[in-house]
Ligand binder design. Sequence first.
Ligand code: UT7
Length: 333
Amino acid sequence: MKNARLAGIGYYVPEKVVTNDDLSKIMNTTDEWIVERTGIKERHYADMDKEKNYIMGAKAAEKAIEMAGTNAQEIDLIVYATLSADYVFPGSGVLLQKELGCKNIGAIDVRAQCSGFVYGLSIAEQYIKTGKYKNILLVGSEIHSIGLDYSDHGRHIAVIFGDGAGAAVLQPTEAKDKGVLSTHLHSEGEHAERLAVLDPGFYKKDRFDIEMTKPGGGFYPVMDGQFVFKNAVTRFPEVIMEALQANDYTPQDLDLLIPHQANLRISQFVQKKMGLAEDKVYNTIMKYGNTTAASIPIGLCEAHAEGKVREGDLICLAAFGSGFTWASALIRW
Ligand code: UT7
């Protein structure tokens, strides 16, 4: 069996930058509160006249495809991770297939929220390992800005999210000790409603009711922030250690940890708990907020562009979020 390597990576964020001060003009919040609690200074919001979820995904994908030295016609599977799909159904994977002009290949949509990219990586990796596919396009893309509750009820959530997309092309590598070394997936559905958008779901007879769209209604994300925070700072170190131990490594062997960007305070907590130096954990949340399935590939691209992901480096990707789901991947670049 051949390992899968990330032969190409790319990302796209919308042009429009929304600072904390911009938000404080449309809702009851302050730059001071947001920076102190989350580390976020600004985020990007899509222009819905031209930037849909799958269009941002396609822009990120085009860069990854180019870097991998291939083309859309050669892609033999799409894996698309998002919690903000363009339609209720079908998933955005098929829209990406059309947009890129890929052949009539399979398109798998992954619903694992913040862990979506790592879940998707795990799926793609298995198809490469078994030899079934040779060129898999993995995308994480999110449009949060049009789905947030900017009232006092939702302000703790509205300030943290941003829009963006990231992508990778996975290909087999001849090198035995390179590429994705292992992936580790977890879930705990007991806490599904602690971080969720419930409506308009298929779980009750009256799917839609105008009350849902009022502040505090089920149309908007709900989050028990402190409960999520506590779980995140436990699950991140657990799942990172799981990946390291599965490959006989310790935290000191890591060249870079790229965690899902939920809150800068969570990343700092994980860094300290694992005894990692500050420069071993890569954060982008200050600029982009929490872009759920897109945050890891965006971080990977920026770290790579800055020369922080080099040939032979040991890289860990780790995520925690709605579901709850959590996951990690260990990669020898
Ligand atoms: O990616 C998915 C995973 N998500 C996460 O990991 C998020 C984890 N949770 C968190 O990051 C934090 O819980 C938040 C940053 C979301 C919120 O921070 P918090 O310290 O848990 O705040 P809180 O919601 O408990 O609110 C504390 C206070 C409240 O005021 P009182 O009752 O103490 O007077 C809130 O009303 O802060 C108030 N508040 C705000 N004030 C200004 C809440 N949101 C805001 C806001 N601006 N945006």
